[in-house]
Every structure is written in structure tokens, then in C-alpha cells.
Design a protein around this ligand. Structure first.
Ligand SMILES: [Zn+2]
Length: 258
């Protein structure tokens, strides 16, 4: 066997390497590729970022390494790259709109479509609500609107990054004695419009007992187990989400002071 290995020419070895590489590329699925490309683009945008604000310069020069320092100092974040370079964020869209027309319509959709009428035509506007989080206690939500869907999404994600808050997680359920931050530390209540949301600590393994749209938020915030109660007109996703964010804000006493 050893002799065969020795007999291999350089050409054969290089061919083998090539084959392995091709195999690797095939193993990488489309989703993984998109994920990797996104990551590369993010890195590039951070590298080519020229900060305009004082805070941005401090972050770029690595004077500030922890986003919590910024959040607790109460300084306003005006550049999304600040958040991007300090946190590894994931994003999701919340269904605030409904589809129109055929097949009954009224289905939940991420884009809310509205129209402005002019003399010549109707001008549609798309708005959406994005949530960003690092699954480790940082979460931000915002609306964005534009003439087309994708710019609206980008705007919403950018604004959500600027709106980022720190939440405190914990385990305070009476029948769970672990010390991992998998739930809310105590009962919190949030309100927006007519909607009230109460988040209650739950033992490990409970899962998220909340409305579907709120699941996306809590998951990105890094909360795994929670019970909830909601009151009011919950079909207004906007208010439901704002109430949930209000409740999450109250887990952090620093937020309460502001
Ligand atoms: Zn626990």
C-alpha cells in the first residue's frame, strides 16, 4: 500500500485535491452559501465603514468593545455599523400586513401595502416590521416603509438595529432551580394601545407560550421558556409587538430609569 502512495505523481495529487474541493462545494447547500455571502458582505461593509459620529469612531478604534457600555451610558446609536461590529445579529420580519385579492385574501403577510391616490394613478407604499437580535439578551424592533418591498425591509432592519435594547434574562420559576438565563427574571407587563402583554417566568422545557409573532421576538432575544397573558385587540400586530417590547424593556431596570 505504501508503495502505491509513493508512486502517485504530482499531477494525480493535485487532481485529487481538486476533486475534494468540488465535493466540498457540493456539500455546501444554497442556504449556507447565502449565509456565508451575507457574512462576507457584512465584514466588508464594516471594514469599509467610515464612522461619522464620535461614538462610531470610538467603536471603530476598538475603544468600546461592549455594546452594554453604550446602552447603559444612554448614548444614542446613529450608525448601524456600531451595532453590527459589536454584535452578531439575526433578523426576522413580522407579519403586520395581509395579502389581497384572490384566494380569499386576508392572509398574514410581512408587507403592509397602502395606497396614496394622485390624479394620475395610485401610488403604493410597502411597510414592514423587522426584528433583530443576537439570541443573547439584545433585541430591537422597528417599522420601515418604502415604495418597494426590499428597500422597506432594509430600512426596517437598519432602524431596528439603532433601536436595540438590552434585556435581562433569568430563571425565577418556582419549580425550576437551574441558574441558566432561559426565561424572564420576574413577571413583567407591557402596554401599547389597547393591548396588554404579561410575560411570566416558566420552567425549562416549557417553550414559548405566546402568540406566533411574539415567538419570533422572544427567540431572537434569547428567551426559551415563558408563559404569557394578553388582553385587548391582539390582531393589531403592531400594538402586540410594542406591548411585548415594553414588557421586555422592564426586565432591565436601567431601561426603566430612562
Ligand atoms: Zn430555570
Amino acid at each position: 500500500m505504501v508503495t502505491i502512495a509513493k508512486e502517485k505523481t504530482a499531477e494525480e495529487i493535485s487532481e485529487e485535491l481538486l476533486e475534494k474541493e468540488i465535493e466540498k462545494e457540493l456539500v455546501e447547500t444554497r442556504e449556507q452559501r447565502i449565509e456565508r455571502e451575507k457574512e462576507e458582505e457584512k465584514e466588508r461593509s464594516i471594514l469599509s465603514w467610515v464612522p461619522k459620529t464620535k461614538l462610531g469612531k470610538e467603536v471603530k478604534e476598538r475603544k468600546i468593545k461592549n455594546i452594554d457600555d453604550i446602552l447603559s451610558s444612554g448614548r444614542k446609536i446613529l450608525e448601524e455599523q456600531i451595532v453590527d461590529s459589536l454584535l452578531n445579529l439575526k433578523s426576522d420580519l413580522l407579519s403586520i400586513g395581509q395579502s389581497k385579492g384572490k384566494f380569499g385574501g386576508g392572509k398574514r403577510r410581512a408587507w403592509k401595502q397602502t395606497q396614496r391616490k394622485t390624479k394620475q394613478k395610485n401610488v403604493p407604499t410597502f411597510s414592514t416590521m423587522a426584528v433583530v437580535g443576537d439570541e443573547n439578551g439584545h433585541i430591537g424592533v422597528s417599522m420601515g416603509s418604502a415604495k418597494e418591498t426590499l428597500p422597506a425591509r432594509d430600512k426596517a432592519i437598519r432602524k431596528a438595529k439603532l433601536n436595540i435594547i438590552k434585556i435581562i434574562r433569568g430563571c425565577a420559576s418556582f419549580d425550576c432551580a437551574c441558574s441558566e438565563p432561559h426565561s424572564v427574571p420576574f413577571k413583567v407587563e407591557g402596554k401599547s394601545g389597547s393591548v396588554r402583554v404579561i410575560l411570566i417566568p416558566a420552567p425549562q422545557g416549557t417553550g414559548l407560550v405566546v402568540a406566533n409573532e411574539l415567538k419570533k421576538i422572544l427567540k431572537l432575544a434569547g428567551i426559551k421558556d415563558v408563559y404569557s397573558k394578553t388582553f385587548g385587540y391582539q390582531r393589531t400586530t403592531f400594538n402586540l409587538v410594542q406591548a411585548c417590547m415594553d414588557a421586555l424593556k422592564k426586565t432591565n431596570t436601567e431601561n426603566r430609569k430612562q
